[in-house]
Design a protein around this ligand. Structure first.
Ligand code: OOG
Ligand code: NI
Length: 263
């Protein structure tokens, strides 16, 4: 599978989990192609399922590991990957450090991940396959009480949890304020945790995001409509050498995670 085919699968899956993406494209691109800055994945730090298990497919396509990021409060660790062809989207993969979570959470996660065959993540289709396990509404709610991230991951599994519009590449908008204004005027709800704009020119990256679209999910014991996937917007600033900064900013990312929060 080549990169474009992989991102094609990711995009098709993402549109089902974030139906707003289509109208946001029209609003921001006004018929033009949209360039994606990055996509993001979530996983559990468990044998055969951690960051490396997902990253192997991107490494095989020529991606290289770059920055790493720590989120102590949320018990997350993340890495980002870049392709030598800078027109390809960057990839941000985080994992929940379940060994730091409560015994109750660990037991639920073990019950979920034990449903998978060894080597499950070695198949590239894993990265856009969604949740490969059965989970009940009670398990989802129990995870939610401790970790929004764990609950989301149990319900949605492996897929692009967001795509990110490169605002640098938009013709009609030059600032994130402009993008946010157009989105709000069109009725989209932005993630306001830590302010609508996360970061600044000083850290070479400004980001904003919508709150996730709500989608009906089939749990083992019935359906529940919950926050699914969201859209992000990124404006990058040049470094001293004139090249745009390509990394992420942990303090901003910490708030972007909250775009899938239930409450
Ligand atoms: C990732 C949040 C971080 C960014 O651009 O800083 C992020 C997530 O929600 O899984 O995407
Ligand atoms: Ni992002």
């Amino acid at each position: 599978m080549d990169i474009n085919t992989l991102f094609g699968h990711l995009w098709q899956d993402y549109l089902k989990q974030c139906p707003s993406a289509e109208s946001i494209h029209e609003l921001l691109g006004q018929g033009q192609a949209i360039i994606n800055d990055h996509v993001a994945f979530r996983t559990f730090r468990a044998p055969g399922l951690g960051i490396d298990a997902l990253a192997q497919h991107f490494l095989a396509l020529g991606y290289e590991a770059k920055g790493e990021y720590h989120f102590e409060q949320k018990k997350l660790y993340a890495r980002h990957y870049e392709h030598p062809d800078h027109t390809q989207p960057k990839v941000f993969i985080s994992e929940l450090m379940i060994e730091q979570c409560s015994p109750e959470l660990q037991a639920i996660v073990a019950g979920i991940t034990s449903q998978l065959e060894p080597g499950f993540a070695d198949n590239i289709e894993t990265v856009y396959g969604g949740a490969p396990w059965q989970v009940s509404q009670a398990q989802y709610q129990a995870l939610l009480a401790e970790s929004e991230y764990a609950a989301w991951l149990s319900a949605f599994g492996f897929r692009a949890n967001h795509f990110t519009v490169s605002v640098n590449e938009l013709d009609q908008f030059g600032t994130l304020e402009g993008v946010n204004g157009a989105l709000k005027q069109a009725g989209f709800v932005l993630n306001s945790s830590g302010g609508e704009i996360k970061g600044s020119a000083d850290v070479l990256l400004e980001q904003s995001s919508t709150m996730a679209d709500k989608v009906a999910v089939s749990f083992s014991d019935g359906e529940l409509t919950i926050p699914a996937c969201f859209y992000e917007f990124a404006l990058r600033y040049p470094m001293a050498d004139g090249e745009l900064y390509t990394g992420f900013v942990a303090a901003s990312a910490d708030k972007i995670f909250e775009s899938t929060n239930v409450s």
